[in-house]
Design a binder for this molecule. Structure first.
Ligand code: ZN
Length: 252
């Protein structure tokens, strides 16, 4: 659903530099910034759609997907390519139902954590023999955003990563708007680390790092696990988010 939205909404946004006064020159990578801005625009619309689709699941779940399409048309002003597309309406209805029901079959959640490799896909922690580290299944595309509880969308994460990540996707929270100065002896802020890890996940899934075809989030996460890379930062330098993002572009 997100990709369909992105193709029709954010992907088409043209971000133009204002030549002469104040440009993107201060950014490390204007291209990455533009891509980020387009994804953010798509995510904004996506969040509104999923909220409406959840309401639909709660109150009008018996109605046909087209009815949701009409609601999205009148309330969110979606382009005709989306609200008039039967496949988009069906996907949106399904995503809304998943986000509303939040179903997590315990058996499936457990079986995922018992499969190899038994390590956290985000930080790489693995339980040593007899150690108490507990792995739980994390939704790669968050349940609250319509990510289904199915094997293809689940991977093992340690409790810390799973709890702290919540429903973070790379472009959805405050980290991107901030700069970071390393404090002596302190780790990078957790939300920032997860954001960078998620960014890497999306980058790998897009095929841009492997120079191959687009892949599923699970294929990408397995290929690039652990996603959170160690960062070598100077104590004195204040890093822009887009500068930190360069660390995510490690060739595979
Ligand atoms: Zn972890």
């Amino acid at each position: 659903m997100f990709l369909m939205l992105h193709e029709q909404v954010g992907h088409n946004i043209d971000i133009v530099e204002n030549k002469g006064d104040g440009t993107f020159e201060y950014l490390v990578s204007p291209e990455r910034f533009k891509e980020y801005a387009r994804l953010s625009a798509s995510m904004e619309v996506f969040q509104r759609c999923i909220r409406r689709a959840k309401e639909f699941a709660a109150n009008e779940g018996h109605r046909k997907p087209e009815a949701l399409g009409q609601a999205l048309r009148s309330e969110l002003d979606l382009p005709a390519e989306l609200y008039g597309d039967a496949q988009f309406c069906a996907v949106a209805k399904r995503a809304g139902a998943i986000a509303y029901e939040k179903s997590r079959p315990a058996g499936l959640m457990k079986s995922v954590t018992q499969k190899e490799p038994r390590q956290c896909y985000l930080c790489g922690e693995a339980p040593a023999t007899g150690a108490p580290l507990k792995l739980s299944a994390d939704h790669l595309w968050p349940l609250s955003l319509g990510g289904e509880t199915m094997e293809e969308n689940l991977l093992s994460a340690c409790a810390n990563c799973n709890n702290e990540r919540g429903h973070i996707c790379l472009w959805t929270f405050e980290a991107a708007h901030s700069s970071h100065k390393k404090e002596t002896g302190k780790e990078l802020r957790w939300t920032l680390r997860v954001s960078l890890a998620m960014s890497r996940l999306m980058l790998v899934a897009s095929g841009k790092l492997t120079k191959g075809p687009r892949m599923t989030l699970k294929q990408a996460a397995q290929l690039a696990s652990p996603l959170a890379l160690p960062l070598k930062l100077n104590d004195e330098h204040r890093y822009l988010y887009f500068e930190l993002l360069r660390h995510t572009e490690v060739p595979l």
